[in-house]
Design a binder for this molecule. Structure first.
Ligand code: IMP
Length: 194
């Protein structure tokens, strides 16, 4: 398969995903490469449905395979928040992390368990079909920010597997075991069967 468009304008996500897919797709672009704005309203309470909606709309519009992801951070002590609203939990990453830390104020380490979830949808226009792949990463929300890599909630997400916060590792390292990296690994296995 030659080309792929990623249904995102999020530079952090694009930078993470692109190297993961380079082996399987020659030319990879994102919505940020096109002047027109294609609005996709993520109105489902389900990540998978939002991912499929984005992939279908973008792939249909450009007439090429499209990949979309919908992801979020779920904190058990907050009843799963921010969850599907992870990208809208504040006006920017800083505000979103501050809000999260504030809501977890007074909660000890054991009660700060969290999980990143990623649903990645691949739309293939020639088949008019969408395929969805899932990955997750378990960890804890720290008491303050650590590190300067990555994006989103990376500075407050501690991975026991790694013994580090996600913002303390490189994109390459993160891709090996992250929720998105795991979903993409499944997607690549699928693409190899096509
Ligand atoms: P969406 O999938 O674009 O709706 O956004 C999901 C949101 O979840 C992002 O904007 C981030 O705030 C957060 N998120 C998802 N994956 C990650 C990650 O790997 N690191 C940090 N934050 C993430």
């Amino acid at each position: 398969m030659k080309d792929l468009i990623m249904a995102t304008t999020n530079a952090g996500k694009f930078a993470e995903l692109k190297p993961l897919l380079a082996e399987h797709f020659k030319e990879i672009c994102s919505l940020a490469d096109f002047p027109e704005t294609l609005q996709v309203v993520e109105d489902s309470p389900h990540y998978a449905q939002n991912a499929m909606k984005k992939a279908r709309k973008v792939g249909g519009h450009f007439g090429m395979p499209a990949l979309a992801d919908d992801s979020g951070l779920e904190v058990a002590a907050l009843g799963g928040r921010p969850g599907i609203r992870s990208s809208r939990y504040g006006r920017n990453d800083e505000e979103r992390m501050e809000r999260l830390l504030h809501e977890l104020d007074g909660i000890p380490w054991d009660g700060r368990g969290a999980k990143f979830k990623a649903y990645v949808a691949l739309y293939l226009p020639e088949k008019d079909r969408c395929y969805v792949f899932y990955g997750e990463l378990k960890g804890f929300i720290g008491f303050e920010q650590h590190g300067s890599h990555g994006f989103g909630y990376d500075p407050v997400f501690y991975s026991p597997e790694l013994g580090k916060y996600l913002a303390e590792i490189s994109t390459d390292e993160k891709n090996k075991f992250s929720h998105r990296g795991r979903a993409i690994a499944l997607l690549k296995t699928f693409v190899e069967t096509l």
